[in-house]
Design a protein. Sequence first.
Length: 184
Amino acid sequence: MTRMQFIGSILLVLAIATPAAWADSPDERLFQAQMMLAKRGDPGAQYYLGEMYEQGLGTPQNLDEAFKWYDQAAKKGNRLATRKITMRSQITSQHEKEKTEENRATEAEATRAAERARAAATVRAREQKLTHDKAEQEARREAEKARAETLHARRVAAEKARAEKLARVRALLSAQANQKEAFE
């Protein structure tokens, strides 16, 4: 390796690492590094940046941005990106379906939790012979508590799903790095 290549490599690493150092999470740092490489025209980075936009890793989920990067990578011959472009309508409808199902499930869980809380409060009110107003207040408190617990459980599940997605993206990035090393 010549001296200029070595210096160039050091500068590239510094350029990638500097903005990433201010990012809040590993996802955001990875996103920034991929963005830098993608803007330089790396089709693999463009594809993985599209994946990150599609999955919402390190950035808010944005399918339009994802397909913009898939398109750029596909134009440079990335077969995975070409496949994503051909599957755009399926991917888009799947994401919409998942959001709708998730919203329905969350609302249904919250409603069931509120109903259970009201029923429990009514039983306690009868047992304690509380007034109707006090029973209603207690039912509201219990319903809110149940709703908060349900939402917390959903957040934990969503965070676990994001961690699993991140692991898949990291595995893909590792495979990309190994492929690049094999070609060099």
